[in-house]
Design a protein around this ligand. Structure first.
Ligand SMILES: *[C@@H]1O[C@H](CO)[C@@H](O)[C@H](O)[C@H]1NC(C)=O
Ligand SMILES: *[C@@H]1O[C@H](CO)[C@@H](O)[C@H](O)[C@H]1NC(C)=O
Ligand SMILES: *[C@@H]1O[C@H](CO)[C@@H](O)[C@H](O)[C@H]1NC(C)=O
Ligand SMILES: *[C@@H]1O[C@H](CO)[C@@H](O)[C@H](O)[C@H]1NC(C)=O
Ligand SMILES: *[C@@H]1O[C@H](CO)[C@@H](O)[C@H](O)[C@H]1NC(C)=O
Ligand SMILES: *[C@@H]1O[C@H](CO)[C@@H](O)[C@H](O)[C@H]1NC(C)=O
Length: 331
């Protein structure tokens, strides 16, 4: 059973009143926030450390900021220099991505600086007031960043980690068919501007998250349907391990607050989606069905926890969704 409402305050109020009842009959309450007209694909969700947001990149090349209490969006940033608003705003045509941009994964450094991947324009960054972003990285180790997809920032030292999903293809379906193994894990040091390739030959890295102490990174590998752990410090530093977890078509990974627990969507079929909570060793801590407004969507991409809510990003849909902590994921 699912209830659709437009206002998070209403949901939270309803949950306070009915929480025990609601839990006993396992009702999941979803809120949906329709995107600006004509746009789709709120692929990744991020918040500032202070909980401002969510921010999400959409199909017309904009990153927008949602006000969840009002259900309204404002434009925040974009990657393309002199982006043509007349041509681009309100569009969801993949043929325009190379002109208008297509922002995907994003992450804040604290609450001050916003990093995001654009499929056609590499790694970008912008300050808290937004506007045209600064292009930070377009190549690494002499190879172009071909498919910048997901970003994470080290909460201790501000180092930026991101994935180049493929060196050959920008289309996930085609990557699966081609059994692509040309993904990379890259780092960007904002203090020196140095860019490094930390791991090569990855099997469709489509998401990453960094541990709370900055000692390791988890990466979802779409092609092998696994999670890889890259150690940044300690005796295993600079090595990659494949965790035992198997995930059908995983999306992005997000750390839950300051816990070393992570949320990742699993797409079993076009209409069958799960929210998976794992620990740093890939152990599954919770596995909950995501349905309601997501019952008929094709690719869930991101689950981002904020307080008692989880905000949901997807690749092709025209709304951002949220659900309260009824999923057992935030316990
Ligand atoms: C922006 O796009 C519109 C619509 O395609 C076009 O008419 C206009 O000339 C473009 N402006 C610039 C500065 O390229
Ligand atoms: C990132 O945040 C740290 C403090 O958390 C700050 O010292 C640093 O200047 C920030 N870097 C950027 C690029 O904003
Ligand atoms: C990706 O590739 C598939 C299979 O070739 C195709 O059906 C789909 O339209 C492509 N998607 C985009 C956005 O080009
Ligand atoms: C890991 O690689 C970096 C260069 O990318 C190097 O500076 C560091 O010493 C290496 N650490 C270990 C333990 O090998
Ligand atoms: C989550 O649960 C579904 C339904 O039982 C199952 O098909 C899927 O494999 C589970 N995922 C994980 C990672 O355990
Ligand atoms: C999913 O269902 C809703 C409500 O019936 C409909 O408006 C929407 O277009 C459907 N989405 C897809 C991707 O079929």
């Amino acid at each position: 059973m699912a209830t659709y409402v437009r206002n998070l305050a209403t949901v939270l109020f309803a949950l306070q009143l009915f929480s025990p009842l609601v839990r006993s009959v396992d009702v999941t309450v979803y809120v949906t926030y329709p995107l600006p007209p004509g746009t789709t694909g709120p692929d990744a969700i991020s918040f500032t450390e202070d909980g401002v947001g969510p921010f999400t990149g959409i199909s017309d090349g904009n990153v927008v900021k949602l006000n969840p209490l009002l259900g309204t969006y404002e434009y925040f940033t974009y990657a393309v220099p002199n982006r043509n608003k007349t041509l681009c705003d309100g569009k969801s045509d993949p043929n325009l991505y190379s002109k208008c941009g297509r922002p995907l994964g994003s992450a804040f450094n604290g609450s001050d600086y916003f990093y995001f991947c654009d499929v056609y324009f590499g790694l970008n960054g912008v300050g808290p007031s937004g506007g045209q972003a600064t292009q930070l990285v377009t190549s690494a180790d002499g190879l172009p960043v071909f498919f910048c997809n997901a970003v994470a920032v080290d909460p201790i030292n501000g180092m930026v980690y991101f994935v180049d999903t493929s060196q050959r293809l920008k289309n996930i379906t085609q990557m699966i068919i081609a059994n692509d193994r040309s993904g990379r894990l890259l780092s960007y040091d904002p203090t020196t501007g140095n860019v490094k390739s930390l791991a090569n030959g990855l099997a469709g890295p489509v998401g990453l998250a960094i541990s709370n102490d900055g000692s390791y990174i988890l990466i979802t590998a779409l092609i092998t349907q696994t999670i890889q752990k890259f150690y940044l410090t300690g005796p295993k530093a600079n090595t990659t391990e494949t965790l035992p977890t198997s995930l059908s078509i995983p999306g992005n990974l997000e750390r839950i607050g300051s816990l070393d627990e992570f949320l990742v969507p699993e797409n079993i079929g076009p209409v069958v989606h799960y929210a998976i909570k794992i620990d740093g060793n890939g152990r599954v801590l919770a596995n909950e069905s995501i349905a309601g407004p997501y019952a008929n969507v094709s690719y869930l991409r991101d689950l981002q926890a904020l307080g008692d809510s989880i905000f949901i990003g997807s690749a092709f849909d025209n709304f951002v969704g949220a659900t309260a902590s009824l999923l057992g994921l935030l316990e």
